[in-house]
Design a protein around this ligand. Structure first.
Ligand SMILES: Cc1cc2nc3c(=O)[nH]c(=O)nc-3n(C[C@H](O)[C@H](O)[C@H](O)COP(=O)(O)OP(=O)(O)OC[C@H]3O[C@@H](n4cnc5c(N)ncnc54)[C@H](O)[C@@H]3O)c2cc1C
Length: 279
């Protein structure tokens, strides 16, 4: 977007959609029309969102890669200094944006394969651009499966959209830790859905996973048990980061910088590194 990766661009909030409790999606557009026109990102990439006197937070893209008029979406959980301040923004307010940064989901490797998306909680947000991409070119892939879980039914994201995803050829399997009276789906942790998946061709499957690290760990183990090669399992590692382009070393994990070399990594490249506790 700009040649200087330290510099934020000003963007305007065009709309705010409340998703679930403490989570909302912001539609942003860069104020500079030329920058807005040039702005492109790939599924899996993130921006650094900045508010003066609060600081910056890394937030993944959650909208379609080619959104109308170069607008883009971020789905944000309000958990701390920056995100709690973002929660107060309304349509018409401004925010700083640096990016896009980081590696992308392996959309090319998915062509001709079964694709299994395994995600929990807010982890669905960074995978939503990949879902849009897969459904847009649906004939290029074999089965496309979403395994998604949350603590309770009310915490499942994008429920309204899921029906249209299913109509476009996405198999959806949901699970919750705690059911309520209206819930007739599965109860239990997300990796169990992977254990129960039938008819997968493990040697021709790509697994994309994002969510709490413990969930990704068990999802990867379940995929390996099914026979999926470690090199076909991809995780988005969301470690604490600052500069976002491999300069400051804040997110260094052994030989990799999570911000620059990730956040999307191949499991065989990082599974040993994930034993290092959060940075
Ligand atoms: C690549 C990447 C992509 C991401 N994508 C998204 C996304 O799409 N959406 C999203 O919502 N988040 C995303 N995140 C996470 C987001 O960047 C963090 O939640 C970020 O820290 C929020 O900044 P904050 O200033 O609001 O919260 P912070 O103040 O940094 O707080 C973050 C966490 O630390 C805890 N905490 C804060 N202060 C303290 C304290 N004094 N003691 C103990 N715990 C404390 C908070 O409870 C919270 O859980 C992503 C992170 C990465 C690395």
């Amino acid at each position: 977007m700009t040649n200087n990766p330290w510099l934020s661009q000003v963007a305007t909030v065009e709309s705010v959609t409340q998703e679930i409790d403490s989570v909302a999606t912001y539609q942003l557009r860069l104020d500079d029309p030329r920058a807005a026109q040039r702005y492109r990102f790939q599924p899996g990439q993130f921006n650094m969102l900045y508010l003066p006197s609060c600081g910056e937070a890394a937030i993944s893209h959650s909208g379609p890669p080619s959104h109308d008029g170069n607008r883009f979406l971020h789905t944000i959980r309000f958990v701390g200094r920056v995100t709690d301040s973002i929660a107060k923004l309304q349509a018409g307010d401004q925010i700083g944006v640096r990016g896009p940064f980081g590696s992308a989901w392996p959309m090319r490797q998915c062509v001709g394969q079964d694709v299994v998306i395994v995600t929990g909680g807010l982890g669905l947000a960074p995978l939503r651009p990949a879902i849009y991409h897969l459904l847009q070119g649906r004939v290029d892939y074999r089965r496309v499966i979403l395994l998604y879980g949350a603590r309770s039914p009310g915490l499942l994201l994008y429920r309204r959209e899921m029906e249209s995803w299913q109509q476009s050829g996405l198999e959806v399997h949901l699970t919750v830790d705690r059911a309520d009276i209206d819930w007739d789906g599965a109860v239990g942790i997300v990796p169990l859905l992977l254990d129960r998946l039938e008819g997968l061709r493990p040697d021709q499957t790509q697994v994309l996973t994002c969510g709490p690290e413990v969930m990704m760990h068990y999802a990867a183990l379940a995929a390996v048990r099914l026979g999926v090669p470690k090199s076909a399992i991809w995780l988005s590692v969301e470690r604490n980061m600052q500069c976002a382009f491999g300069m400051c070393g804040h997110c260094q994990l052994g030989p990799v910088f999570v911000c620059r070399d990730g956040p999307v990594f191949r499991y065989d490249q990082v599974h040993q590194l994930l034993k290092v506790r959060d940075l």
